[in-house]
Design a protein around this ligand. Sequence first.
Ligand code: AMP
Ligand code: MG
Length: 345
Amino acid sequence: MVTKLAKADDNILGEAAELLKNGGIAAIPTETVYGLAANAYDVEAVRSVFRAKGRPQDNPLILHISSPEMLNDIAESVPPLAMTLAESFWAGPLTMIFRRKPHVPAETCGGLDTAAVRMPRHPFTLKLIERCGFPIAAPSANTSGLPSPTSAAHVYDDMNGKIPLIIDGGECRYGVESTVICFVNGDTVRILRPGAVTPEMLREYCHVEIDSGVLEKLAPDAKVLSPGMKYKHYSPAAEVYILKGDDGAAEAFLRTLDGGKPGFLGFGGETLPESVTRFPYGSTPEQQAENLFASLRSADAAGCTEVYVRMPETEGMGLAVYNRLLRAAGFRIIDAEGDGNALRG
Ligand code: AMP
Ligand code: MG
């Protein structure tokens, strides 16, 4: 299959809408990461998305809508707190989980009786959903397991020859996927996946619980609320390690490396041995979120065998960065603090 790359403008809008209406799939820009779009109500189209990504069938897709009113077609009922959060955070990177109406296909929702819904902020994608008139189901547009794509070029690397159309809407503003929440009761939500809508922001409106799966490895037999949490995720081919400790400890650890081709994502002030290649990361959680996936992909392109990433803060957007990094690293943390004896956990 020939994959067409097109700029996100009014010229391609009609063609993209026709493609999706006819059961086709296309990569689309959003403010979080690029998505692989299909008509959420078309089971065959949704199956093509799972196939193109190599995604496990029980990992549900998020339904993207262009107005809060569209929620009524999908959700069995919408709690008042959901309306409040929609008013505050939509269009934006907040996904909310509801019991789904029977006409919403189980295939779209990974076989669950719930549906995850969000209204994205990218103007092209909002227009596209409006034009289509149905919710667009879209997971991240990467091959399952690899780092999520934050540019059209990343999508092309994974999806060339597998999908007919990639729409280039520029680099993603946030660089990590949306915050996913479910409702525990009328005034409490639980974060299943952290994102740019932070716990601190949600606490202005309600009580916030953080699911243990956000920062902990799930037991193999654990009952999961959000099936995406089960899989090793966001991983480049290089082995990723989280490096805990201050600048000095990180520098001392990197000097002990011998052989291989190490890559490094740091805060900026570190002095590196010549053998270590630096990739963009940053000193704030917002910069780190923007750079993390792109830099993991760059490390692979540069032929790195291992990538060491400084441990981010776990507050605010840092929680989202740390959550993705833990999975990319398969929960391996090197404590570089102390007498220089680094332990690979
Ligand atoms: P992605 O599309 O790659 O950002 O992944 C979407 C993620 O949203 C999934 O991996 C799940 O973790 C989560 N999700 C989607 N639908 C549901 C649902 N009905 N219940 C719980 N989590 C969901
Ligand atoms: Mg994904």
